[in-house]
Design a binder for this molecule. Sequence first.
Ligand SMILES: [Zn+2]
Length: 71
Amino acid sequence: MANSMITQPNYEELRDAFQAGFDSIDDGDGFYHGFHAFLADRGFGKREDIPCTCSDNGAHGHQPECQWVKP
Ligand SMILES: [Zn+2]
Protein backbone atom coordinates (compact mmCIF):
# COMPACT_ATOMS: atom_id res chain seq x y z
CA MET A 1 0.00 0.00 0.00
CA ALA A 2 1.33 3.43 -0.90
CA ASN A 3 0.18 4.91 2.37
CA SER A 4 2.58 2.74 4.37
CA MET A 5 5.52 4.55 2.72
CA ILE A 6 4.56 8.05 3.80
CA THR A 7 4.34 10.00 7.05
CA GLN A 8 1.25 12.00 7.85
CA PRO A 9 1.13 14.78 10.44
CA ASN A 10 0.53 13.37 13.92
CA TYR A 11 -2.17 14.51 16.30
CA GLU A 12 -0.09 17.23 17.94
CA GLU A 13 1.21 18.58 14.64
CA LEU A 14 -2.33 18.78 13.28
CA ARG A 15 -3.58 20.47 16.42
CA ASP A 16 -0.84 23.09 16.15
CA ALA A 17 -1.41 23.46 12.42
CA PHE A 18 -5.11 24.14 13.00
CA GLN A 19 -4.16 26.75 15.59
CA ALA A 20 -1.77 28.33 13.07
CA GLY A 21 -4.65 28.40 10.61
CA PHE A 22 -6.94 30.16 13.05
CA ASP A 23 -4.19 32.66 13.88
CA SER A 24 -3.81 33.22 10.15
CA ILE A 25 -7.52 34.06 9.88
CA ASP A 26 -7.05 36.64 12.62
CA ASP A 27 -4.16 38.10 10.60
CA GLY A 28 -6.44 38.36 7.56
CA ASP A 29 -4.64 35.73 5.48
CA GLY A 30 -7.25 32.98 5.70
CA PHE A 31 -7.13 29.55 7.32
CA TYR A 32 -5.20 27.64 4.66
CA HIS A 33 -2.40 30.19 4.48
CA GLY A 34 -1.36 29.55 8.07
CA PHE A 35 -2.34 25.88 8.15
CA HIS A 36 -0.29 24.93 5.11
CA ALA A 37 2.60 27.22 6.04
CA PHE A 38 2.85 25.46 9.41
CA LEU A 39 2.93 22.00 7.82
CA ALA A 40 5.42 23.11 5.18
CA ASP A 41 7.63 24.47 7.95
CA ARG A 42 7.59 21.02 9.59
CA GLY A 43 8.76 19.36 6.38
CA PHE A 44 5.40 18.29 5.02
CA GLY A 45 4.26 18.88 1.48
CA LYS A 46 1.11 18.28 -0.53
CA ARG A 47 1.41 15.24 -2.77
CA GLU A 48 -1.07 15.36 -5.60
CA ASP A 49 0.12 11.98 -6.87
CA ILE A 50 -0.92 9.91 -3.87
CA PRO A 51 -4.37 8.68 -2.87
CA CYS A 52 -6.51 10.65 -0.46
CA THR A 53 -5.11 10.37 3.08
CA CYS A 54 -8.31 11.26 4.96
CA SER A 55 -9.27 8.75 7.64
CA ASP A 56 -12.59 8.16 5.87
CA ASN A 57 -11.11 8.46 2.36
CA GLY A 58 -12.93 11.72 1.80
CA ALA A 59 -16.39 10.25 2.27
CA HIS A 60 -17.53 13.47 3.93
CA GLY A 61 -15.25 15.86 2.06
CA HIS A 62 -11.49 16.20 2.23
CA GLN A 63 -9.80 17.40 5.36
CA PRO A 64 -7.36 20.33 5.17
CA GLU A 65 -4.40 18.00 5.71
CA CYS A 66 -5.46 15.59 2.92
CA GLN A 67 -2.35 14.51 0.93
CA TRP A 68 -0.02 16.54 3.17
CA VAL A 69 2.78 14.10 3.98
CA LYS A 70 6.52 13.79 4.46
CA PRO A 71 7.98 12.14 1.39
ZN1 LIG B 1 -8.92 13.41 1.31
